[in-house]
Design a protein around this ligand. Structure first.
Ligand code: SME
Length: 157
């Protein structure tokens, strides 16, 4: 298991090497480095919906989530990281896998705009502590320019 600094170094290297296609590799690397991250995915904010992009883990039925729904939608509405230590005790939770016990959602923002989010589920209860939050917020900061680039390209299509 690498330190947070090593993981951030890997994120930077993947961004440099794989450009806009790096997101899938970054999800896989995070899961490899942090075995309690059982499902790692990136949602893109498109209008009033979150649309599932690259992910690792079991396929999720929630490929499009309106801003008002789920833990994912709550993070956008509240404009902040949401950590849920026990998903079964949170009425907002949209189930992806019966094995999931806890979840963290971190926003990806660029120039004051929410472009997407990193969503991570764990099979362990209360799996996400302050270190995970700090690490993932830093990963999101590194990813933000990539998502901004992607959004710009898609707007121009
Ligand atoms: N649990 C999320 C839905 C996405 S799946 O976990 C992949 C939510 O409550 O928004």
């Amino acid at each position: 298991m690498g330190t947070s600094e090593e993981i951030l170094g890997q994120v930077e290297a993947l961004i440099k090497r794989a450009g806009a296609e790096c997101l899938q590799d970054i999800c896989a690397m995070l899961q490899r480095e942090r075995p309690h991250y059982n499902w790692v995915g990136i949602y893109f904010l498109e209008g009033s919906e979150l649309v599932l992009g690259p992910f690792v883990g079991a396929p999720s039925p929630h490929t499009r989530i309106p801003i008002g729904r789920g833990i994912c939608g709550a993070a956008v509405r509240e404009r902040q990281t949401v950590v849920v230590p026990d998903v079964n005790a949170d009425p907002r939770y949209l189930a992806c896998s019966l094995e999931t016990k806890s979840e963290i959602v971190v926003l990806i923002e660029f120039d004051g705009r929410i472009l997407g989010e990193i969503d991570i589920d764990s099979h362990s209860p209360n799996a996400f502590g302050p270190d995970d939050r700090t690490l993932l917020e830093e990963v999101a900061r590194l990813l933000a320019p990539r998502l901004a680039e992607k959004a710009k390209i898609e707007k121009g299509k």
